[in-house]
Design a protein. Structure first.
Length: 241
């Protein structure tokens, strides 16, 4: 006998290089020390957190993060999921028919009692990476954990255990998932601050390219990794699928 897992929801998980994690921690400390120097994102987000501050696209750590981690992570997710579909069922997700663009990137500073209610994001992909986690946040309780929600209510008495997946935040870990995936963050008790960076990515349709011999060029465009990173409602957003 075997137990089959039906209708999986795919999450991409990775871990930041230590050097990049250190750079992002330095940047987060600068933002936390002078929050008014960074645009306040709280009014545009669901989180009830102490601070939610936009990060600038010209910051070296942001450029490296977008170019080397986030956009390749989205591309890895696409290829893992879409390449398992029949060719005629892959829709626009064929290399050369889309490009990936960062649209939002911001720092979350969560203190005792803060929380992020169940919500979804805009764009095509979203994700989070963890920078700093108070030591009392452990797998022994729900406190401070990231939760991914399924389409039905979680109810362990009737074995609906797959309707909620809890993720223990670990500094350096990051996750990429479809923007429609509902998720939340539970409050925690005690001292300290839980720091994370959240982001949104959009897949932009491309004009068909003439076929050419040789290997396919990646749909990720690392040359312009984060030029339009902003939560500003005044800037134009690239249209997705």
């Amino acid at each position: 006998m075997e137990v089959l897992s039906l209708f999986p929801r795919y999450l991409l998980k990775g871990h930041l290089p230590e050097a990049l994690l250190d750079q992002l921690l330095v940047l987060a400390r600068q933002v936390a020390a002078d929050p008014e120097a960074s645009p306040n994102a709280a009014a545009k987000l669901a989180g009830q957190l102490f601070q939610q501050r936009e990060l600038r696209p010209d910051q070296p750590a942001v450029i490296e993060l977008c170019r080397d981690v986030i956009l390749p992570g989205c591309e890895r997710w696409i290829r893992h999921v879409i390449d398992r579909q029949p060719p005629q069922g892959r829709g626009p997700w064929v290399p050369g028919r889309y490009s990936l663009q960062m649209i939002d990137l911001w720092l979350n500073v969560q203190r005792q009692g803060d929380y992020n209610p169940t919500h979804t994001h805009g764009g095509s992909f979203s994700g989070v990476l963890f920078l700093q986690v108070p030591p009392q946040i452990t797998a022994e309780s729900f406190d401070g954990q990231l939760c991914f929600h399924g389409p039905e209510e979680w109810h362990i008495q009737s074995f609906r255990t797959g309707m909620a997946e809890y993720v223990l935040p670990v500094p350096g870990d990051f996750y990429v998932f479809p923007a429609w995936q509902p998720h939340s963050v539970a409050p925690f008790r005690g001292e300290g601050e839980r720091w994370s960076i959240a982001f949104n990515v959009v897949a932009v349709p491309q004009a068909p390219r003439p076929s050419a011999p040789g290997p396919q060029v990646s749909a990720v465009e690392p040359a312009k990794p984060s030029l339009n990173v902003s939560l500003s409602s005044a800037r134009p957003r690239p249209g997705g699928f």
